[in-house]
Design a protein around this ligand. Structure first.
Ligand code: PMP
Length: 350
């Protein structure tokens, strides 16, 4: 331990990102990136910024992007917050809204960064077990005594989605605390809670450019909610780093939002490829959870997930293996790549 470390630093258990190997060219099906290029319009807008314009600071308010998102989601620009990846939006929301004396409720099997933020801000997690079928049961979110609730919809790594009516049940059961709905994967087949933000002032919906908009490389995420909730996030942001995203990211993200057709096309393509991959995996004996995301969560009754993961890696294909985590240790999470990548996966598994 460094002699400069504090007890706080020593106590951290940081998130370990999925493998991003630099040594050789893998078929990367482990971190849920899009296999497709970002929108050509986004690429052109970013290229235009790579010029003398980079002398200048970006717009700290990200107004063009907020306006474009507001138009797309039928909300007002002051209902939109922009951050450096949804990870940063989540971090600010945890810091601002969940640091009460009471615990924060979220599923026991979900995005593992929530536990890391909770630890960082001394928030006690109240882990709510998924059901036997890996579902979030809204009835488990009633009569809680918590400082907030986080629901991931669709959930990760399971890929399962809740209908909007279940999200409403959770909102109605928790009217006095912020309910954060993390919709990183919503565009691949789930219903977004954005349509509920005017009805529920405690609802904060968080989305990202990293998955359906194929822009993980520029690190842009956003939140949509009641203007007061958004204003709170702005106050936090401006107390920390008033320029959340750079000029290139701002231009690219704005153009990507304006290119709604491209988003639709690559989501449709991913969903079609997913459906083919599920059929092929089932033919090989895998159990595949129903997915509303750009990944599938699978297990094989006769084969070890660890052995499959290692064997695929040897064959140049990376998938996500969760080590010996309870309940999901014998599962693999496989990102939906291109048709060719998925065909390569299936033949490697054969
Ligand atoms: N939420 C969930 C559920 C995720 O899986 C991820 C991606 N790992 C994120 C948020 C963060 O995405 P990003 O920071 O790239 O926007």
């Amino acid at each position: 331990m460094s002699r400069f470390w504090t007890d706080k630093i020593a106590s951290l258990d940081p998130y370990v990102p999925g493998e991003q190997p630099q040594d050789k060219q893998y078929i990367k099906l482990n971190t849920n990136e899009s296999p497709y290029s970002p929108s050509p319009k986004a690429l052109a807008a970013m290229t235009e910024q790579v010029s003398e314009k980079l002398r200048l600071y970006p717009d700290p308010n990200c107004q063009t992007l907020k306006n474009a998102l507001a138009t797309t989601y039928s909300v007002k620009p002051n209902q939109v917050f922009v951050g450096n990846g949804s990870d940063e939006v989540l971090a600010l929301a945890f810091m601002g809204y969940f640091t009460g004396d009471k615990p924060l409720a979220f599923a026991d099997i979900t995005y593992s960064f929530y536990k890391v933020y909770a630890n960082l801000y001394d928030i006690k997690p109240q882990l709510i077990p998924l059901t036997d079928t890996f579902d979030i049961a809204p009835s488990d979110y009633e009569n809680l005594d918590v400082s907030g609730v986080v629901v991931t919809n669709p959930n990760a790594p399971t890929g399962k989605a809740l209908p909007l009516s279940d999200i409403e049940k959770i909102l109605q059961a928790n009217p006095d605390v912020v309910v954060l709905v993390d919709e990183a994967y919503v565009d691949f087949g789930a219903e977004s809670a954005v349509t509920l933000v005017d009805q529920y002032p405690n609802l904060l919906v968080v989305q990202t450019f990293s998955k359906s908009r194929a822009l993980a490389g520029i690190r842009v995420g956003y939140a949509i909610g009641h203007p007061d909730l958004i204003d709170g996030l702005e106050r936090l942001k401006n107390s920390f780093n008033s320029y959340p995203i750079d000029r290139i990211a701002l231009a690219g993200a704005t153009a990507a939002v304006e290119d709604g057709k491209y988003l639709q096309d690559i989501c449709d393509k991913t969903i079609a490829t997913r459906s083919w991959a599920v059929t092929e995996l089932e033919k090989l004996g895998f159990e595949v959870l129903p997915s509303a995301t750009n990944f599938v969560f699978v297990t094989h009754p006769e084969r070890s997930a660890e052995a499959l993961y290692l064997n695929l890696k040897e064959q140049g294909i990376l998938v996500r293996y969760f080590g010996n985590k309870p309940r999901i240790g014998n599962y693999l999470r496989i990102t939906i790549g291109t048709d060719e990548e998925m065909a390569a996966l299936i033949s490697a598994l054969k």
